[in-house]
Every structure is written in structure tokens, then in C-alpha cells.
Design a protein. Structure first.
Length: 367
């Protein structure tokens, strides 16, 4: 009896387990059938996903712009002045006063220094007194001569003595003026070669004065360029970021046979005193100007096989390679004569990683 009950219990347990497993299997099969149906309804589900933004190549771009650009010839020179004067004293003596020092601006005729003038002053006064005395005597003799009470020869002798006295006075006045050292030009004092109490003579340079308003730059140009240079031709004088305008002032008609060059003097317009006399500068003589053309920076250019290309970005943010032709170049800017219309976005950084139809992402430069 006990064996029969145990056998019944075992049969019931096996049946229970079979029923539970049977319920899960249909559920799993039902789920699999559902997924298969959904895939059949959406045939695009197995296709490749669209390219993400993270797959785009980061680039920087520049905008072409319209402007003027020139063709020029470039030379190096030093800033100079039309009037650079070394001033020598006209007389020897001890320096008594110095009225202007280095760096001071002076006008033409200004007294720069004074020498000890006591002896010269005494000589001038003696000559003046002698002249005035003879002049009074001459006037008396003239009255007598007019009354025909003295001969013409005697009167001429008084006239001669008066003229001699006048010239002697003028001479001593001139010697007195030599004790004052003056400047023959307006400008800036660049050198002063003595101190108060020093003795100076006529063979020594006392001062140097430079007219900083009439600046020039002299360049030597190859003879092959002679037909392209003319008086009043525009020039640009520069040094670093500083720049002023100038014009061709003089052209030498002679070719130096040793160097094969001719001298050109450029007048510099520098009212704000941007450049100092003696400063090293670059002189650009403008040959021709192209106006209102498409300009682009050189960092956007790509050179391949002797040709020049750029990458532009289309409306789908894809890079397109374009062949361009260049015109004039000036500094970091070039003229694009063919290949662009001027409204494109041109890749300037990151172009080495690009091919035609490469997806790109424009990023701002790091400041």
C-alpha cells in the first residue's frame, strides 16, 4: 500500500514539471515569431546607420573677399633726410653757453651755442664809433664841398675814409656774429660734441642737425626695371608692422656699370614721425594695381603636380576640391583670378586630411 502511494506522488510531480515547461516554450516561440515579423515589416532595419557628426573631419575656414592687390618691386634701404647738416663754428673760442641739446627741435637761424665774445664785442664797438665819427666829418665836408670851399679831391678822400670805416665796422660785426653758432636748417639736434668751458675751433663739428620732415629713402634698382619706374610713382615704406606712403622723387639717368643699377630717391610722407632717420626699412615701388578682385590667404592653398587647389565646403558640409589660378601676390594674400566666385567657405586648416566628398565640421580657431 505504501509503495502504491509513493509511486502516485512521483507521477504527479513529473506531470507538474512537464506542464510548467510547456508554458514557457510557447511564450519563447511566440516572442521569436514576433521579432521575425517586425523585421519583415521594416526592411531598412539591417541597413548601415547614417554617419554621425563625430565621424566628420574638423576644419577651419576663411572667406574670400574683394579688394585691391598690387605688383611691386621690393628693396631694402635706410631712412635718410634731404637735409643732414654738420655745423662747424666760424670762429675759435671758449664755449660760454649751450642753448640746445641732443633731441631738441630747432628752427632755421636758431642760436645753438655762444662762445666767449668779449674781445669781438669790443672790436665791433670801436669800429662802430670810428665809423660814426667819420660819418659826421663827412657830412660837414659835404656842406663845405657844396659851397665849393673844398676841392673835389679832398672831398673824395673823406668819402673814401668813410667807406673804409663802414667796411671795417661790418667786418667786426661779422666776427662778433661768429661767436654765435647757429643752424642753417630746421630740424632736430642729433649730435653735440662739446661742453661748456671747452675750447672749440673752426675745424671741429659742433652740432649735427637733421630735418626730420623731409625724409627720403635711396634704393638702387636693376637696369631691367628702368622702364617700370617713373617720377611720382607710388611707394610703400615699411618696417615690421609700421607702414607709410612715399613717391619716387628723383631717378638717376646713369647706370652704374659695376652693379648694373640706377639710383632712385623716394620721398617719404611721414608727418607722424613713424620712422627715425637711419632706421632700416623696406621700400616697395608699386608697378601695377588690380582693383576689386578676389583675395585669399595663402594658408588655404594646396599645391599638387604644379597646380593649385583649394577645398570648399558645399551645402551638405562636404569638402569639394577645386582648381584655382592665381594672380598677384602681396604678403600672405593672393589674387584668385579663376576658380572662385568669392562667396565660398574655403578650408584653411585641416585640408591635408580631406578628399572630395569628405564630411567636415567647421570649428572656430582657438584664441
Amino acid at each position: 500500500m505504501k509503495k502504491s502511494i509513493s509511486l502516485l506522488v512521483m507521477v504527479l510531480m513529473v506531470g507538474f514539471l512537464l506542464n510548467c515547461g510547456g508554458d514557457k516554450a510557447p511564450e519563447k516561440a511566440e516572442k521569436t515569431d514576433k521579432e521575425t515579423t517586425e523585421k519583415q515589416k521594416d526592411p531598412k532595419s539591417d541597413k548601415k546607420k547614417p554617419e554621425k557628426d563625430t565621424d566628420a573631419v574638423p576644419v577651419q575656414v576663411v572667406d574670400p573677399h574683394k579688394g585691391n592687390i598690387s605688383s611691386f618691386i621690393l628693396f631694402s634701404s635706410n631712412m635718410d633726410s634731404e637735409k643732414v647738416v654738420d655745423i662747424y663754428p666760424m670762429a675759435s673760442g671758449i664755449v660760454e653757453k649751450i642753448l640746445y641739446d641732443e633731441g631738441d627741435e630747432v628752427k632755421k637761424g636758431s642760436v645753438l651755442a655762444v662762445l666767449d665774445h668779449r674781445e669781438a664785442l669790443i672790436n665791433e664797438q670801436k669800429a662802430r664809433i670810428n665809423y660814426e665819427k667819420l660819418k659826421m666829418e663827412f657830412n660837414r665836408q659835404k656842406e663845405i664841398y657844396d659851397k665849393q670851399m673844398v676841392s673835389k679831391e679832398e672831398f673824395d678822400r673823406f668819402r673814401y675814409n668813410l667807406e673804409t670805416a663802414r667796411l671795417d665796422w661790418e667786418h667786426n660785426r661779422l666776427l662778433l656774429s661768429y661767436t654765435r653758432i647757429t643752424t642753417p636748417v630746421s630740424g632736430v639736434v642729433t649730435k653735440k660734441n662739446f661742453k661748456i668751458g671747452n675750447r672749440i675751433n673752426a675745424s671741429q663739428v659742433a652740432f649735427s642737425v637733421v630735418n626730420t620732415r623731409e625724409k627720403i629713402a635711396v634704393v638702387n634698382i636693376p637696369e631691367q626695371e628702368k622702364n617700370f619706374v617713373f617720377v611720382k610713382q607710388k611707394c610703400v615704406i615699411s618696417a615690421g608692422d609700421l607702414e607709410v606712403v612715399g613717391f619716387v622723387k628723383r631717378i638717376s639717368p646713369v647706370i652704374d656699370p659695376e652693379s648694373g643699377t640706377f639710383k632712385v630717391t623716394v620721398e617719404v610722407t611721414d608727418p607722424k614721425k613713424v620712422f627715425a632717420v637711419g632706421q632700416f626699412v623696406n621700400v616697395k615701388i608699386i608697378k601695377k594695381v588690380h582693383e576689386n578682385v578676389i583675395l585669399l590667404t595663402k594658408d588655404a592653398l594646396l599645391y599638387e603636380g604644379g597646380k593649385v587647389y583649394v577645398f570648399v565646403i558645399d551645402k551638405d558640409n562636404k569638402a569639394q576640391k577645386k582648381l584655382v589660378k592665381l594672380g598677384f601676390e602681396e604678403g600672405n594674400v593672393v589674387e584668385v583670378s579663376e576658380g572662385l566666385v568669392g562667396t565660398e567657405k574655403v578650408v584653411s586648416a585641416g585640408k591635408s586630411s580631406l578628399k572630395t566628398d569628405t564630411m567636415v565640421k567647421v570649428v572656430e580657431p582657438v584664441t
